[in-house]
Design a protein. Structure first.
Length: 265
């Protein structure tokens, strides 16, 4: 083998090694991404409904714009399927607000990161409700009603049925169809809770702003407190004054009587 052939073979081997390394890297990245997404979702075969509650602190003037940004990102589907369930905002000295959403599992962390940007996460709680029994009961109800509906439809085709029997069958079929519709709605709601996750984000002002607002409120209320205290003292004085006058007269009379008796003795 010539030197040129050896160099060519070595180059091809190097390219093959690089291609294998790149393929492994892509596989590892895909596996990591799938693992991160699976960590947010209900495990295979389980029926878990996740709920997240996050408490944040931000400067008061940033709360309203942040709520708007998060709401628009949710409604615009920036991080996947999302719906705003509740939005509230409080102004005044201590601004606050909250937003409640139902979002696809892969969008939970991005929406929380968007809400907490340049803020402080003071508390976070994640819980899951097991809906396995509810799902099983709903499926059992659907299967039972479908079987009964099929039997009654088949029985309704008989030619020898009396009019009264036909009316009874029609009424029962209507009841079964109404029950099936309700069971289908229950199943859809259960799967919605499993396939998406509820996220509640509560925002409040930073500690320094709350302290300043409390001092401001105390100063503003000081005039009212002083007036109330003064009025209370006046009421006490007005109530005690008659007693003091009567007591003073009795004391003066007692002293006069004592001196008079002393002089006689």
């Amino acid at each position: 083998m010539t030197a040129g052939q050896r160099r060519s073979g070595a180059g091809v081997g190097g390219l093959l090694a690089l291609a294998l390394l790149a393929g492994c890297a892509r596989d590892e990245a895909a596996s990591a991404g799938a693992g991160a997404e699976a960590a947010l979702a209900s495990p295979q075969g389980a029926f878990l409904a996740y709920e997240h509650t996050v408490q944040l602190r931000l400067p008061g003037e940033q709360i309203a714009p942040r709520l708007k940004t998060v709401s628009e990102a949710c409604q615009g589907g920036k991080f996947g399927d999302c719906a705003v369930l509740q939005l509230s905002q409080g102004g005044g000295d201590t601004a606050s607000g909250s937003i409640e959403m139902r979002i696809a599992p892969q969008g939970v962390e991005p929406i929380i990161a968007l809400a907490s940007a340049k803020g402080e996460v003071t508390a976070r709680d994640t819980r899951a409700e097991d809906l396995a029994q509810q799902v099983a009961d709903t499926r059992l109800t659907q299967a039972r009603l479908k079987n009964e509906h099929a039997r009654l439809v088949e029985y309704q085709q008989r030619k020898d049925l009396a009019v009264a029997d036909l009316l009874t069958l029609s009424q029962r079929l209507s009841e079964i169809e109404a029950g099936l519709e309700q069971a289908d709605r229950d199943a859809a709601q259960q799967h919605r809770r499993i396939d998406t996750q509820k996220v509640t984000i509560q925002l409040e002002s930073t500690s320094s702003q709350r302290n300043r607002s409390e001092i401001g409120r105390a100063l503003a209320e000081s005039g009212g407190i002083f007036t109330t205290s003064l009025a209370y003292l006046i009421r006490i004085f007005a109530g005690v004054l008659p007693l003091l006058l009567v007591g003073g007269v009795l004391l003066w009379g007692g002293l006069k009587l004592w001196r008079w008796r002393r002089r006689r003795n």
